[in-house]
Write a protein that binds this ligand. Structure first.
Ligand SMILES: *Cc1c(COP(=O)(O)O)cnc(C)c1O
Length: 376
C-alpha cells in the first residue's frame, strides 16, 4: 500500500522561487535600489553578456517577456506582413500570438513522437507564401534542427526558435536558441531560469538582427539615442537582470538536478506499460534535454489525474488541455492534426522542478502504480 502523503506535492511551488534565497534576493534589491539602477543599467548588460556566453551566441538582449521576444525576433528577422509562419500546434498560444501581431499568418503543424515539431509535417506545410518556420523547443528538448534547418535553407525560409522552455538544451552540442536568425527565452518564475515576475531575452548571432532587436525593444532608439523607426517598450528590468545574473551562475547545477529527477522518474515508471515516458537523459547522444517539464502520455489520463489530485499530487494539462489549432476563438481556420489531437487525449505533466525530492518522485510513481494496478 502507498503510504498517505504527509504533505501535498504541488505541481509547482511558486513561493520556493523566493523563500529559500530570501536574504540573498533582498540583498540584491537593496543594492540595486540604493544605486537607483532600475532601467538599462550595468547589471542588465552583465547578464546579457553572461547569457550570450552561456549559450554560445553573439547576442542576448533582455526583453519584458518571451512573447514580446518572439514578436520582436520575427520583426527583426524581416518576416513580412501577410506571409505564413509555420509553428507546432503543441505550444503556448503565445507563439501564435507573436506571429499574429507581427502581421503574419500562423500555420499550425503536427508534432512527432517526441511531442516537438515534426520536420516532415513542417515541410509539407510550406507554400509560396511561407516566410518562416518557428519550432518550439518544448519541455526542455531541442527539435531535430538538422532536418528543420535543411528544410528552411532549401526553401529560403527564416528560422526562429521559441526557446522559452529550453535554456541550456542542446542538439548535437549546440544550444537551443542559436540555430536560426533569432530566438526567445523566458524567465517567467516557473520556467527553467525564473525571475520574480515577467522577463525574457532575444538571442541572435547576426549583428544586423541584434541591432534591430535592440532598437525594437526600446522605442526604436539606436546606440546613439536616435529614433531609427517604430519600436516598443519591452525591456528587462535591471533588478530582474541582477537576480537572473546571480541565478545563472548556479544554473548548471539546476539542470543537473532536473536530469537527475528525470532519471528517477524513468526508473520508477519503467514497469508501467500504461505510461509513455519522455526520452531519458542519456537515451540519445544527439540530445541534451533539460526537462523544463516531465510530459508523459497516460492511459485513462483524466482518471489518473483525479486519482493523483485526491492524494494531494498536482499535475497539469499542457495549455489547459487544448493545442493552439483547437482554440476556436482565434479564428485560425479548421485544421486536422491527427498526431497532436491523439496526444492531447493522453498528455499530462507531472511535477518537475529543482525543489522536488527523490522521495516525492517515488511517492508519485507509487500512486500511479496503485491507480493502474486496480485497487481504485
Ligand atoms: C512560457 C512560454 C512562452 C511565453 O513566455 P513569457 O515569457 O511568459 O511571455 C512562449 N512559448 C512557450 C513554449 C512557453 O512555454
Amino acid at each position: 500500500m502507498t503510504p498517505l502523503l504527509s504533505r501535498a506535492i504541488p505541481f509547482f511551488p511558486y513561493a520556493q522561487v523566493f523563500q529559500p534565497e530570501e536574504d540573498r534576493l533582498v540583498g540584491i534589491l537593496r543594492d540595486v535600489g540604493r544605486r537607483g539602477a532600475f532601467i538599462l543599467q550595468e547589471d542588465l548588460r552583465r547578464f546579457e553578456e553572461n547569457l550570450a556566453r552561456f549559450l554560445g551566441a553573439r547576442w542576448a538582449i533582455g526583453v519584458a517577456n518571451a512573447t514580446d521576444g518572439l514578436l520582436i525576433a520575427l520583426l527583426a528577422a524581416g518576416v513580412e506582413p501577410g506571409s505564413e509562419v509555420i509553428f507546432s500546434s503543441h505550444t503556448m498560444v503565445a507563439t501564435a500570438a507573436a506571429i499574429h501581431f507581427a502581421g503574419a499568418i500562423p500555420v499550425p503543424v503536427d508534432c512527432g513522437s517526441d511531442h516537438l515539431m515534426d520536420a516532415a509535417a513542417a515541410e509539407a506545410a510550406i507554400t509560396p507564401r511561407t516566410s518562416a518556420i518557428l519550432p518550439t523547443q518544448l519541455n526542455g528538448r531541442t527539435a531535430d534542427m538538422d532536418a528543420l534547418g535543411e528544410a528552411a535553407s532549401r526553401h529560403g525560409l527564416v528560422l526562429i526558435e521559441d526557446a522559452a522552455q529550453a535554456l541550456g538544451s542542446r542538439f548535437r552540442g549546440q544550444c537551443a536558441g542559436t540555430f536560426g536568425a533569432a530566438a526567445a527565452v523566458s524567465f517567467f518564475p516557473a520556467k527553467l531560469l525564473g525571475c520574480l515576475g515577467d522577463g525574457g531575452a532575444v538571442i541572435a548571432n547576426d549583428d544586423g538582427v541584434a541591432k534591430r532587436v535592440a532598437a525594437l525593444h526600446n522605442h526604436g532608439f539606436d546606440a546613439e539615442g536616435n529614433v531609427t523607426g517604430w519600436g516598443f517598450n519591452s525591456r528587462l528590468d535591471n533588478l530582474q537582470a541582477a537576480i537572473l545574473d546571480y541565478r545563472l551562475r548556479k544554473y548548471d547545477a539546476a539542470i543537473e538536478r532536473r536530469r537527475h529527477l528525470a532519471r528517477a522518474y524513468e526508473a520508477a515508471l519503467e514497469d508501467l506499460a500504461e505510461v509513455v515516458r519522455p526520452a531519458a537523459p542519456d537515451a540519445d547522444a544527439a540530445h541534451f534535454d533539460v526537462y523544463q517539464n516531465y510530459e508523459i502520455e497516460a492511459e485513462r489520463r483524466d482518471g489518473l489525474r483525479e486519482f493523483l489530485r485526491a492524494r494531494g499530487i498536482g499535475t497539469l494539462l499542457p495549455w489547459g488541455g487544448e493545442a493552439v489549432h483547437q482554440l476556436q476563438a482565434l479564428g485560425l481556420g479548421s485544421w486536422r492534426l491527427p498526431e497532436t489531437e491523439r496526444l492531447f487525449e493522453r498528455v499530462l505533466l507531472l511535477p518537475m522542478h529543482v525543489w522536488l525530492t527523490d522521495d516525492e518522485v517515488e511517492m508519485i510513481a507509487a500512486s500511479m502504480r496503485e491507480f493502474y494496478r486496480g485497487r481504485v
